[in-house]
Design a protein around this ligand. Structure first.
Ligand code: FA5
Length: 334
């Protein structure tokens, strides 16, 4: 029995075979259990000697098995080290570092500049009522100026995705309830328009609103110019044109000159050399009234700027669609 078991043990090539051997020898129906069962049939006088012998056999087989198992494990380890060598002196793999999205970066720059000018940040809904997106902004139902904003309507009548951050003006005025206001309102806007190098259907705007006694157009021009100087540097030019918005009177638009040394300048500015960054104006009396302010006592100015367009201007980025494509080759540059 012992000789057979030992011979079988030596034949075991790996750990799995050893464990199978172990079951055969020591298991519930194994050789050793069977031998123990036979002990009952041995004559009484021979029992102690036979029992002791069986114990010795068990011990010696156990020791042989343990040694063989340790040996097999060591061999398996050596094999895996030589067939799959691991160079522990290699430097570790660095994890790629995350970074802020360029749109977030430019938004934060805008917050910083306006914070220095005494503006607070205020956030309002992306899903708006028709009333606030249009009516309270001096555009009654069927007003032709509504066509300036290609609107995404929802299945709920009277509920739209905001086409601009301007409805935030009404939220702020109603909450400030007659007190002076100096805020910016950043957030996402949605327009059902043709996507192009300069226009997305989903984009950021930052609205600005200042309301108080004696606020004038000069304050608006001063604020915008101070902002543009800090955002784009003193060497870049700022152009103010007269314009039209239903919710401001008078209204202006502001352009920045595209970098002169950029070969794509003509194509990206349609030959003008300028790119529009914002619309603005003096808050229309009807809008002040809709917000609960008396236009005979206070005046205000408002603006709505496109942060992504501004980042395009700063870095001569030729396509606004790069922002939401999540191409790391683009994003990693910022
Ligand atoms: C407006 O949306 C007005 N609400 C701005 C305003 C606010 C005027 C307060 C007066 C007082 P406009 O549609 O021009 O205006 O958009 C303002 C800015 O948002 C643009 O100058 C541009 O920078 C950005 N913008 C507009 N449409 C898109 C678009 N499809 N993709 C990316 N940026 C856009």
């Amino acid at each position: 029995l012992v000789a057979d078991a030992q011979a079988a043990l030596e034949q075991c090539a790996d750990e799995a075979a050893l464990r199978a051997w172990n079951t055969q020898v020591f298991g519930e129906k194994g050789l050793l259990k069977n031998a123990m069962a036979l002990l009952g049939k041995v004559p009484k006088a021979d029992k102690p000697a036979t029992g002791a012998e069986l114990n010795r056999v068990k011990e010696s087989l156990t020791a042989a098995y343990d040694a063989a198992l340790a040996d097999a494990k060591e061999k398996a380890l050596q094999l895996s080290l030589t067939t799959n060598p691991l160079d522990v002196t290699l430097p570790g793999r660095g994890r790629p570092r995350g970074r802020l999205h360029p749109a977030t970066q430019i938004l934060r720059q805008i917050y910083t500049i306006f914070a220095d000018l005494g503006f607070q940040v205020y956030r309002t809904n992306e899903v708006e009522t028709d009333e606030l997106n249009f009516e309270a902004l001096n555009m009654p139902a069927h007003h032709p100026a509504r066509d300036m904003w290609d609107t995404f309507f929802t299945t709920t009548p009277g509920v739209v995705l905001r086409t601009h951050t301007s409805p935030g003006q009404i939220h702020v005025m109603r909450e400030a309830a007659g007190k002076p206001i100096r805020v910016i309102l950043p957030g996402m806007c949605y327009r059902n328009e043709a996507i192009s190098t300069r226009s997305e259907i989903q984009f950021y705007q930052v609205e600005g609103l200042v309301v108080g006694e004696g606020v004038t157009m000069a304050d608006l021009k001063g604020t915008i110019t101070a902002f543009a100087r800090r955002m784009f540097g003193p060497e870049r030019q700022v152009r103010i044109r007269s314009s039209y918005f239903p919710f401001t009177e008078p209204s202006i638009e502001v352009d920045i000159d595209w970098p002169k040394d950029d070969p794509n300048r003509d194509r990206l500015t349609k030959g003008t050399g300028w790119l529009e960054i914002l619309g603005a104006g003096m808050v229309h009396p009807n809008v002040l009234r809709a917000g609960g302010y008396d236009p005979d006592k206070v005046t205000g100015f408002a603006f709505g700027m496109g942060p992504q367009r501004m980042l395009m201007l700063k870095h001569a980025i030729d396509d606004i669609r790069l922002f939401w494509q999540n191409d790391l080759r683009f994003l990693k540059q910022f």
